[in-house]
Design a protein. Structure first.
Length: 331
């Protein structure tokens, strides 16, 4: 559904009015984020046709929220979304006391069924920095598990139809996270962060980006370029979780390979710049650093798993030398 700027303005005005009517039509004690969410879903279902872009949905939802909070100011800047299913978010954190409060604050603006924080190996005040709230679940592990193991643990505990994954050191705005949730709610099984605009051509990429590109090409998805489940934010459907298993998330490229091999719908629908804001650590800088070697090894394991399922040629046909010569010579 493509709207002109004037059409979008009209729709946003309608959303503001609908939000105001939803809020003003009930008693003050009944106004809540949950009621706002349900009211938006109902209004959207009965009044919107076609498929709006992610930005259009977010703007419409913000407009509805503005109308609703005219008489319910205490709800602040909550961002309802017209979702069919429920959503959970998994945050992995290791010594992130400075950023966790702002991460949680943005996540609480979204209609999550639950916010799961996996604290692993924290020796600072990260546990205390996580707000105590009924929707926040803390999973605390004294030993450092790593982000990938933490995501697998969080996914095992999550109950939502949609699982969003992010990190405790990335305070991303709710408006930037919403598109991944919407993408999966619309039918995608894996919604990756599209980092292609921030990467150089293949010849100028580092070994990690090349490994990601090579894996996608091997599995017939060159359109995904270097986009990967090693990067956050990304989201998975419940179908994806049931198909690839939560244990596979311990090795993100392997999980991605399994999703592609099993024919799940994998997309990279939205871009959030997490490269510039990525926290610099001792193990993730410099050529051939520890993290780079780990990720490269994970991609080798992913290709091996794909070969185990699809065969060593990964479904590619064997072409004779004469046939190659014909292609080369344009015959």
């Amino acid at each position: 559904m493509t709207e002109t700027r004037s059409d979008q303005a009209v729709i946003e005005k309608m959303a503001i009015e609908a939000g105001f009517l939803a809020s003003s039509g009930i008693h003050e004690g009944e106004r809540s984020c949950e009621h706002m969410q349900q009211s938006l879903k109902s209004w959207y279902r009965h009044n919107m046709t076609g498929e709006m872009s992610f930005s259009e949905v977010v703007q419409l939802s913000l407009a509805f929220s503005r109308g609703y909070t005219i008489t319910a100011r205490q709800l602040g800047d909550f961002l309802p979304l017209p979702l069919h299913g429920t959503a959970s978010v998994i945050i992995t954190a290791s010594n992130e006391e400075k950023t966790l409060p702002s991460v949680i604050a943005q996540l609480r603006r979204l209609p999550f069924h639950e916010i799961i924080v996996v604290l692993n190996g924290c020796t600072d005040g990260s546990y205390e920095a996580v707000e105590d709230h009924p929707s926040v679940i803390k999973l605390n592990y004294p030993d450092r598990l790593g982000h990938d193991v933490g995501r697998a643990i969080g996914a095992s505990a999550a109950r939502g139809d949609i699982l969003l994954f992010t990190d405790g050191d990335l305070p991303l705005r709710a408006e930037e996270l919403a598109p991944y949730i919407i993408s999966v709610d619309r039918g995608d099984d894996v919604a990756l962060n599209n980092l292609s605009p921030y990467l150089p051509p293949f010849s100028g990429q580092d070994e990690v980006s090349r490994s990601k590109t090579f894996l996608n090409q091997c599995l017939g998805r060159s359109d995904l370029k270097a986009n990967s489940m090693t990067a956050v934010p990304h989201a998975l459907s419940r179908r994806a979780i049931n198909t690839i298993g939560t244990a596979s998330l311990i090795v993100p490229p392997k999980a991605q390979a399994l999703a592609l091999v099993h024919g799940l719908k994998v997309t990279a629908p939205y871009t959030v710049d997490v490269i510039r804001n990525n926290r610099v650590r001792s193990g993730n800088t410099g050529a051939g650093n520890t993290v780079a070697r780990l990720i490269t090894g994970d991609h080798i394991e992913a290709i091996g798993e794909a070969m185990r399922i699809k065969g060593i040629r990964l479904g590619f046909k064997t072409v004779s030398r004469s046939e190659l010569a014909k292609v080369r010579n344009g015959i």
